[in-house]
Design a protein. Sequence first.
Length: 633
Amino acid sequence: MKTWALSPSGVLGVSDQSRWSPATTEQIYGSIVERTPAWPDLAGGRNGAADELTFYPYPANVTLVLHASDDQLPAIRLEGQTQLGQTFPLSAEAVQCGHGVHQGAWYPLSPSDCEAISALLAEINWSEDTPAPTTLRQCLAIRRAAADGAPVVDQLPDDILLNLSSLSGDERPQGVAASLYPYQVHGWQWLRFIMSEQAGGLLADEMGLGKTLQIITALNDPGTQTDRNPSLVIAPGSLLENWVREIAKFCPQLRAAKHHGPDRTGSPDHLRQVDVVITSYETAIRDLSLFRMIRWHAVVLDEAQYIRNPDTRRAKTVKQLHRQVSFAVTGTPVENRLRDLWSIMDFILPGYLGELSAFEARYGDNDDDAASLEPLVSPLILRRRVKEVAQDLPPRIDIPEILELNEEEAFAYDDVRAAIHREYGHAATLVSLTKLRQFCAHPALLNERTRFRDYTKFQRLKSLLAEVFHRREKVLVFTAFTAMADRIATLAQTEFAVLSATVDGRLPIPERQPLIDRFTAYQGPAVLVLNPRAGGTGLNISAANHVIQYNPEWNPAIEDQAAARAHRRGQEHPVTVRRLIIADTVEEVMNERLQRKRDVADNAIVGVRGEPDDYPDIVAALTRTPVPRRATS
């Protein structure tokens, strides 16, 4: 004989003494509430467990709650809420069956709520045997469902969400030839956690905080790699050499290869033989079919604002790459619109923010919509500001940045080098190399009608200025060439509409300090372009916390005195001093000379007129070329 019986999880069903089966809401409602029994032998329906229950005809709402457990780990709780606002716990079985029992009362559950939550639990592969979400992806799916209007309440703080795996504050990376600051160690732990979850993340630290070092440290960590596949770094072409050198400097045991230029391989097996492949966005477009033959361990996008427009070939290309982990690196994840962030997030975790059309319909470019989007994306973004980690930083951060000319620029530089070599030969002096230095600053200094309008170094400067101005901060740019100073000042005015001024020999000395005072008092982003000799001594410009040495000097003391204009008493923030150096040119020879002189004595005064140790540098400058050896042979 069949009778009504309750399961341990609070679901009403039918038992025939040998087997219990759950009943549907319609069966219970028809048999007990409407007295139209679903089973002939349960006519009347009020027997067994049913005799002890009160039956409510109105559906209760159902909610999934993501919250922190007592031991500060993610947990899921299912709740019902009656028409009178009373809440009660539910089991997953109750949601699946569409009804539940609590404290002697039976409630039908909202069919639409049950359907939405059942689908979500199936998506994250959740069961009551493992009640806590165990992966970042599970928690993100729940958070997304909450944002999409599903019957979900997300009460989980980000710090709990990001501690699904224990992140030991005492652990330090191994095999890295650098002393990481505490915030960089935390960045490495966060990157390693993202990699272990096979998810994706955006490292959005402000400039000067060592994003490249943190990425290299994470790529070097063997604990995150479940396969033997290489990682792929995609960066602007001018920065490839910098990545190669940074890896060699900090993690020489990592086998890194630059995939760029006419001599690059066409074999995926060759790429699989290294740990890190470094390529440009343009090469990635051209070699997409090759790159798609490899399932990359991680794909890293440096200067990820390059894909902020989802309609570009760059954005479409990188999103087709097969990868376990996706990292984007940029200090300016949102330059213009929230659409920028959608495109980057669509690379980091494809599909997480839905289709672009639905995203744009929902999120406008205003503060309220940005605030509602923030809980969705914040678990996948690590952004630290200089002022937040200032106690961990030295007062001055020096960043030499090695840039690489493109092929056409390299050949043009080599033509100038060869002409100087023919003209001067053994009689060359440091002064005779000025044309090479001018070319490295901008080819337009030699020929105003140059075809190199998008010159590599100038474009890199433009990118750096964009980030400084985005933060509404001030920067000093030093260049020895008057025409270059004018070009930089014009760029700031026309491209960024910020305050810009120049200090060089054209400005009378009595007028210089008043100009500095106006620059200091100005509230907003600004750039001061200075000649390192005219503006390198006697001025206090502590209103700027960024210094860019646009072209190096033969004399290290001149550079140091120039940087000291911002890094001095009265400066309240760490000062970032970035030196832009073109690889395999006179600028790299100058950089090597500078380092050599500093090794002998700090701030040594070095002559520039024929001292004996000038000649090795002159020879090096006249023989070193950025043109690939194959092309010159």
